[in-house]
Design a protein around this ligand. Structure first.
Ligand SMILES: C[S@@+](CC[C@H](N)C(=O)[O-])C[C@H]1O[C@@H](n2cnc3c(N)ncnc32)[C@H](O)[C@@H]1O
Length: 398
């Protein structure tokens, strides 16, 4: 049975805090959630399912298709076990191979050594059988094999994504502190906005939140923006059916918006970059961009969400300045965003207190290793249960 025919366990990695969102996405694609880890979801399916996951997932990073699982304690045991796998049926001999790993076992101090052992076993077997072998190196744009070795348990996966899925390919101009695309997609999902009402994004930076919001609301599969995935570099890859699948999915992404997406930033350079990124993502016509202070952002009559990702500040001087900004966001919410739901994504909980409004919910996230929160505020006019968030701040200041 080839890898294209068998059903296997599929592990999808993601950032910490994302598994609940990723799990929902996996279920909505008709696949089961077998388990949920700190930074991954496990499902099961075929390579065809892995292809669909790569195309549709907004919040996952890598789709790993399990090849083999076995016990090993020493590098030579790993090498011998790997020699048993028919690599010549999986990787093209004239291709290019990269090995990545996550290793936590007492007899390996440096995971690069485990990678080397893996690569050696694969190319030795292919050389032996075919007299030829693929080139190898760190590039992740061809065939990628992933080793997960914890204690005595080794699991060998095909990384069907290759380059991680947050590299959607639309962010061409680097800016300071951009949010990863997959994290931005999870943040948009957490706001509950799906295209009804307006999506207002002051402090848009490189535009990631607004672009992900547009892709989500238009039902565009983010994978359509990429032309390269790991599975395309495996033996037996059926290019015609891949093209048919893409064309079919492209036709599905035709939803129209029932609201406006407005993205602004005080930096002209950021807005120019965001516009270019939106063009590359094919959603520029859906986003209204502007250069202004966040407090001047147009907020149309009606309902929707306002989402800000202000800087968190690292040095003391910066924090002092940012206190004023966070207070200003509270005022902006109060005065300009009534009937909207307000959201602030931040990794600085002290600064968040400066907003001065009562949070309705705090959605936990991680930005790299920084623990963050998406803080949610109800900004309705009038009171619910007699406790209006605006009144609360006024009381606190008395
Ligand atoms: C952390 S970055 C946002 C990153 C963005 N989420 C992305 O993915 O690129 C914060 C942004 O706030 C902008 N900014 C800072 N102060 C501002 C202000 N007073 N009004 C509007 N934008 C401001 C900065 O120019 C910067 O682009």
């Amino acid at each position: 049975m080839t890898i294209w025919e068998k059903k296997s366990r599929i592990v999808i990695t993601c950032a910490k805090g994302i598994p609940p969102y990723l799990g929902k996405e996996v279920l909505s694609l008709g696949l089961p959630v077998v388990s949920e880890g700190v930074a991954d979801i496990e499902t099961e399916g075929t390579m065809h399912d892995a292809m669909r996951l790569n195309l549709f997932l907004r919040t996952g990073q890598r789709v790993l298709f399990l090849l083999e699982s076995f016990e090993a304690e020493w590098p030579d045991q790993l090498y011998q076990e790997l020699l048993q796998i028919p690599w010549e049926e999986i990787i093209p001999a004239d291709g290019y191979l990269s090995v990545t790993s996550s290793v936590e076992t007492p007899n390996i101090k440096d995971s690069r050594f485990a990678n080397l052992k893996c690569k050696d076993a694969i190319v030795d077997r292919m050389n032996e059988g075919l007299g030829r072998r693929p080139d190898s190196g760190p590039g992740r744009d061809k065939s990628v094999i992933h080793l997960y070795w914890k204690g005595k348990r080794c699991s060998l996966y095909i990384d069907t994504s290759g380059e991680p899925l947050y590299r959607r390919g639309y962010r061409k101009i680097p800016l300071k502190a951009p949010m990863q695309e997959t994290l931005a997609a999870a943040v948009v999902t957490a706001t509950g906005w799906e295209g009804e009402g307006n999506f207002i994004n002051p402090m848009c930076g490189s535009g990631t939140l607004a672009i992900e919001a547009a892709l989500l609301a238009l039902n565009r599969a983010p994978g359509l923006l990429r032309n390269n995935f790991g599975f395309m570099h495996l033996k037996g890859f059926d290019e015609p059916s891949w093209r048919t699948l893409r064309a079919h999915i492209r036709r599905q992404g035709q939803r129209t918006l029932n609201g406006r997406i407005i993205a602004t930033d005080i930096s002209k350079k950021a807005v120019e970059a965001a516009k270019k990124n939106a063009e590359t993502a094919g959603v520029a016509h859906q986003v209204e961009f502007g250069v202004c202070d966040f407090s001047e952002t147009p907020v149309p009559e009606g309902e929707g969400v306002v989402v800000l990702n202000p800087e968190y500040g690292e040095r003391l001087g910066e924090i002092q300045g940012l206190k004023k900004t966070y207070r200003g966001i509270g005022d902006f919410f109060k005065k300009r965003c009534q009937r909207y739901r307000g959201f602030i994504f931040t990794g600085n909980f002290g600064l968040a207190k400066e907003v001065g409004l009562r949070t309705r919910r705090r959605h936990p996230f991680f930005n790299g290793e920084i623990e963050c929160r998406l803080l949610e505020y109800d900004l309705y006019e009038g009171s619910k249960g007699g406790k209006h968030p605006i009144e609360l701040r006024a009381r606190r200041e008395e």
